[in-house]
Design a protein around this ligand. Structure first.
Ligand code: HEC
Length: 169
């Protein structure tokens, strides 16, 4: 009695190592692995260039400069540090978008300072640097004191008189 029961259940439920199970696992693991490899060949996300700077900012102090370099330069200058994972899709797509858009809005290496007046508010409200950037970049985790120094530094560096001339175009 119990013998025949065992046989029936063994037939209907495949053993962990049965060919059927192995085939299922090949799909469960194989399809994402295949897709992961395949997306690496998508051309977007590999344009990791740092064009030569055409302008530079004279920061009011070394302290401001260090903070801006650590918290903003990866996306708002031509001195982006491209970590290894920035080459791996899909992270590479996100990084590419951030750097392209970041540079478009504000680029300290090309004198693109039209939006610089927004900086203080974005720092104060924790919108810049973006939340997802902070865990991987210790220099971007700004303390209350860092934020204050940065905000004052931006004000001192981009004093409205000189600033006016810079965004004439
Ligand atoms: C991880 C990339 C990244 C970092 C780091 C970063 N930004 Fe940005 N920033 C962006 C992107 C992307 C935009 C374009 C707007 C958008 O798409 O969200 C932007 C836009 C801006 C703008 C334009 C204002 C606007 O309304 O769009 C200012 C000003 C700015 N950032 C300041 C800063 C400052 C100051 C820091 C450092 C404290 C900083 N950002 C760090 C990615 C970044």
């Amino acid at each position: 009695m119990s013998d025949s029961n065992a046989t029936t259940s063994a037939e209907s439920v495949p053993e962990p190592t049965s060919p059927k199970r192995r085939k299922i696992w090949r799909y469960i693991l194989g399809v994402p692995a295949f897709l992961f490899v395949a997306i690496q060949f998508i051309p977007y996300g590999h344009n990791h260039t740092n064009p030569p700077p055409t302008a530079s900012v004279t920061w009011d102090s070394k302290e401001t400069e260090n903070l801006v370099r650590a918290a903003c330069y990866d996306c708002h200058s031509n001195e982006t540090v491209w970590p290894w994972y920035s080459n791996v899709a899909p992270v590479s797509w996100l990084v590419q978008r951030d750097v392209d858009h970041g540079r478009m809005e504000l680029n300290f290496s090309e004198g693109n300072l039209r939006e610089v007046d927004e900086a203080a508010e974005l720092i104060e409200s924790n919108n810049m640097p973006p939340w997802f950037y902070r865990p991987m970049h210790s220099g971007a985790k700004l303390s209350a004191a860092d934020k204050e120094t940065l905000i004052k530094g931006f004000a001192a560096t981009f004093d409205s008189a000189t600033h006016h001339e810079e965004h004439e175009d």
